[in-house]
Design a protein around this ligand. Structure first.
Ligand code: GLP
Length: 236
């Protein structure tokens, strides 16, 4: 796709098609800058009556630990502000890991149980970190299958500090959906925009499959669609 706008429109059309074909779809949702344009387009489609979210269930990939859901830096706030408040997804069908959970283990377990109870994810939308993380599954010698608490890497803390006033404000921990939920999603849509993502997209498509770059594991998934803009694509 030439531009971020075209990428966003195409991604939104992909998601809308999923919902039109299966109105009670379970969507896995991502945050970050990349899917913002897609959410905007989905809101426009909803306002025009082209897509209806009333039977849709959503599960977000991740949330920072320690942030209140009303904190503008939390992913809960992001989802509400950029998407949920504009469309008709029922509040009880929206799921985001709780960043202020007291019993973290139980919260993680309940998140997986809720996903299982909903029948698993039909379409998982993903962005990718510069270091290859998906959700907050960070590069490591091993990866976790289930929803879990993550210590963010220095690379991620630095990369995500662009959304905070300073590096010190970036939370050091998060809750992330595990690799099993992502890999068991029936379809995956991976989005990337901008020149900074060109190396990681090259790795995602053709690099060695390794837990040190979690996005490469998608090469083992049977139904992945990758959409990138021109700037993220030159090495493909
Ligand atoms: C964050 C999120 C990821 C997201 C990634 C890329 O750390 N946890 O889910 O895909 O960073 O974000 P961006 O789209 O802003 O580059």
């Amino acid at each position: 796709m030439d531009t971020y706008q075209k990428l966003s429109l195409k991604a939104a059309t992909f998601v809308a098609s999923q919902i039109i074909l299966k109105p009670d779809s379970v969507l896995g949702l991502a945050t970050g800058a990349t899917p913002l344009g897609m959410y905007r387009q989905l809101v426009t489609m909803y306002e025009k009556g082209l897509v209806d979210f009333k039977e849709v269930t959503t599960f977000n990939l991740d949330e920072y630990l320690g942030l209140d859901e009303k904190d503008p830096q939390s992913y809960s706030y992001y989802m509400h502000y950029n998407f949920f408040q504009h469309v008709n997804i029922e509040p009880q069908k929206r799921h985001i890991p709780r960043g202020q959970a007291e019993n973290r283990e139980r919260t993680c377990r309940e998140y997986d149980e809720a996903m299982d109870g909903a029948g698993g994810i039909d379409l998982q939308i993903l962005g990718v970190g510069l270091n290859g993380h998906i959700g907050f599954n960070e590069p490591d010698c091993k990866l976790q299958t289930a929803t879990h608490v993550v210590q963010l890497t220095q690379d991620t803390i630095k990369a995500n500090s662009r959304y905070f006033e300073c590096l010190e404000q970036v939370p050091r921990q998060a809750i992330s959906m595990g690799m099993a939920s992502i890999m068991q999603a029936r379809k995956v849509l991976l989005l990337a925009s901008g020149a900074s993502k060109k190396e990681v997209i090259q790795q995602a498509v053709g690099g060695e499959i390794t837990t040190e770059c979690p996005v490469t594991l998608l090469q083992l998934h049977p139904d992945v669609t990758i959409m990138v803009d021109k700037e993220a694509a030159p090495l493909l």
